[in-house]
Design a protein around this ligand. Structure first.
Ligand code: HEM
Length: 172
């Protein structure tokens, strides 16, 4: 009996120590250095986007817009669309504290060598706004996410001159 109590106490202590050693969820997200910004608190914005399901639909339309827009078409008219959309879903989901873990590269590395300029950056944001509007994301929620994205221009824009889109193999 005595031994059982000792064993139970030891198990409890071990569990407590383990739990205390775990960083809070917000800290774990903040520790993803590739995310580009710290995640939001709470999930209200994520819910306003319709959760992950909503994000997937928004990214589908976003990509259609990016390929239709002559300012961004040269960057996205390639066979990486599915991959980029999936990465964007995870990144936005984690930024909105939706319980995802963005597995991609950081913003500097993923946009290196493609010489994105201000025009390209603004065009992409505009297309994202069109897609969010189409899916009835409330303006306040749109702006909360855009505020997380805006500072990323520092890592993404690498020229003030002419943009040089990457050359990818063409989609079939
Ligand atoms: C806040 C703005 C932006 C965000 C949050 C963003 C996010 C991302 C993410 C998550 C990826 C995938 C990363 C990976 O490969 O692991 C990616 C790739 C890419 N992005 Fe962006 N991006 C932004 C702006 C732009 C702009 C302005 C352009 C061009 C006009 C652009 C063009 C691309 C291209 C072409 C890729 C594929 C690169 C490759 O796989 O080699 N992005 N972006």
């Amino acid at each position: 009996m005595n031994i059982n109590i000792k064993a139970a106490t030891a198990a409890l202590l071990a569990t407590a120590t383990f739990l205390m050693a775990q960083p809070a969820i917000a800290e774990v997200y903040a520790q993803n250095p590739n995310l580009g910004n710290t995640p939001m608190e709470g999930t209200a914005t994520f819910e306003a986007f319709g959760g992950k399901e909503g994000l997937v639909k928004i990214m589908d339309d976003f990509m259609i817009g990016l390929v239709a827009d002559p300012r961004t078409k040269p960057f996205f008219d390639n066979n990486k669309q599915t991959f980029i959309k999936a990465m964007l879903v995870e990144q936005m989901c984690e930024l909105m504290n939706g319980g995802c873990k963005y597995p991609g590269r950081d913003m500097k590395a993923s946009h290196a060598n493609m010489k994105v300029n201000r025009e390209g950056f603004n065009a992409l944001v505009e297309q994202f706004q069109f897609a969010m509007d189409k899916h009835n994301v409330p303006f306040s929620a749109q702006n909360k996410l855009l505020a997380k994205l805006a500072p990323m221009y520092r890592e993404i824009e690498t020229t003030t001159g002419d943009a040089v889109p990457p050359v990818f193999p063409k989609a079939e």
